[in-house]
Design a protein around this ligand. Structure first.
Ligand code: ZN
Length: 292
């Protein structure tokens, strides 16, 4: 099996005809490797913007690309077509899924189509590296540069944020783990509806406890002192995506506040549940009162 690690640069531009912002891709950069992650080829293509008339300050600063340079590029569909030929049947890898979202965004704009025609199998390198490091946390993703630093991978700050060198940097991070964690376990089939459903799914917090996804058993709270199921003594209150209520243990009299949230993700509902000790709360407010 061979792999292609892709990195894109894009420029956020407002399209008057589409009435929305498009992350207009301005550069493709990629490296192709054999099954042992030795580089066997590289790919680089600049794209002449059709939507944006200038580069945002942030893009200019990060990439050091100039609008004049891009004038010598090709259009998106030509670049994407050439990249598709370069990819062939290999596994596509990117650092995080934002490049996949940018491709979907551009195909949607130019062809009114969310499917990425060349994509067959996909691997998210960020997820792979984070899990291999034991640092996977969806709420706190690790950027490529930070990851490289954590792994002691050398790179020049100057070359970063250009597509091909970022792809190479991702490769160096992958190689830190390929001896111990099998990359193939992270490859998913991407030429199917399920992949796009997953990519386009937007996580949300459930704000109705009657929703079918809410596991009613999770609304029970156990007394931390004696372990019995405590009785809820107030109605559930919804505040900042959290449901909160007060509880009292019939067995030992312990009073506490229970808090829970339900986050709907593509695969599952993630529950965040905790007990707020009322004595703790009272002590805290007493201390606050003292200090003022
Ligand atoms: Zn109790």
């Amino acid at each position: 099996m061979s792999y292609v690690i892709l990195d894109l640069e894009w420029n956020g531009s407002y399209s008057k005809s589409a009435h929305r912002f498009v992350n207009e891709i301005i550069e493709f950069g990629a490296v192709k490797t054999d099954d042992e992650f030795n580089i066997t080829g590289t790919f680089s293509e600049l794209i002449t913007p059709k939507i944006g008339k200038k580069l945002s300050g942030r893009v200019k600063e990060l990439t050091k690309i100039t609008f004049e340079e891009l004038a010598g590029g090709v259009d998106f569909l030509t670049a994407a077509g050439r990249f598709g030929e370069f990819l062939g049947d290999d596994v596509l890898m990117t650092w995080g899924t934002s490049d996949i979202h940018a491709l979907i965004d551009n195909y949607r704009y130019y062809l009114d189509e969310v499917r990425i025609p060349f994509l067959k199998r996909y691997c998210d390198i960020q997820e792979y590296c984070e899990k291999a490091m034991g640092k996977y946390d969806e709420g706190n993703q690790i950027g490529l540069g930070v990851c490289a630093e954590m792994l002691g991978v050398e790179f020049s700050e100057e070359d970063q944020h250009r597509a091909e060198s970022d792809a190479e940097l991702s490769l160096k991070c992958i190689k830190k783990f390929t001896g111990t964690v099998n990359v193939n376990d992270y490859i998913m089939k991407a030429d199917c509806d399920e992949f796009y459903d997953r990519m386009l799914f937007k996580n949300y917090f459930i704000t109705d406890l009657k929703a079918p996804e809410v596991d009613k058993n999770q609304l029970k709270f156990r007394c931390e002192k004696c372990g019995r199921v405590a009785r809820r003594v107030k109605k559930w209150r919804l505040h900042n995506k959290n449901f909160t209520s007060d509880f009292q243990c019939k067995n030992c009299g312990n009073k506490f506040t229970g808090r829970i949230s339900f986050k709907r993700k593509y695969d599952a509902v993630k529950i965040n549940k905790r007990i707020i000790d009322n004595s703790e709360k009272e002590n805290k407010s007493a201390e606050e009162a003292k200090s003022t």
